[in-house]
Design a protein around this ligand. Sequence first.
Ligand SMILES: [Fe+2]
Length: 250
Amino acid sequence: MRIAFLTDLHLGADGDLIQNVDVRQNFLKALEYVDQLKPNCLVLGGDICDTAGNQETYEWVRKEIDKLPFPNYIISGNHDNSLMLAGVFNKRHDLHTGELYYALPLEGRPTLFLDSSKGFFSDNQWAWFREYLQALRDNNVVIFMHHPPLTADVVFMDQKYAFQQSDEFLELVRDLPCHVTVVCGHYHVEKVVQRGNLLVLLTPSTFYQMNQDAPEFAIESYRIGIREVNLTTHGTSSAVFYIEPSQQPS
Ligand SMILES: [Fe+2]
């Protein structure tokens, strides 16, 4: 099964440029590229909105992705509103005390869609997550969440905007008799982090990419990033593609 993953769209209102970037145009270009990949589904990794959840923006995104001939799944980022997102994407049944999380099998592989939009999971979400992993036993699992669940040697993001419950996450996963693959965004970088049985695939944004070593906020490029994840009976493979925006921001 081939999954296309787009993240950190940072969309504003129709016609708005964000930091001089036509983010809606970037997203449409990424969707065109994704369509050519002919994936089995598309996952949007959160930060769909630039600052805060916006009904009109979510409706526009839904309209655009529903034109594609494959299903789509959504998770929430720190600039999203899980409640609003669930409403627009018909996922109200997967809302649990304000968080949007759910599970479904992709290519027979148990797949979890978690809500890290607050920078942490609620006790309820942890309980559900733990229970789910226990029930899976030795089945390998794929997790989509907005934040990388551990620091990733990306100086600025690790220091300012890291997931707040890395220790709990690592402790939970460490003792599992299976492989856990996390596909995430939030850091605006392409990176692979492996720790024990945990593999984390950090995915670049469709907005801009960050400089990984700078101690202060610094943009590395304005290329549009797209990740593809292949789940097969033999294992998992993944690739990242970049396309240029129509116009470089001035
Ligand atoms: Fe984010």
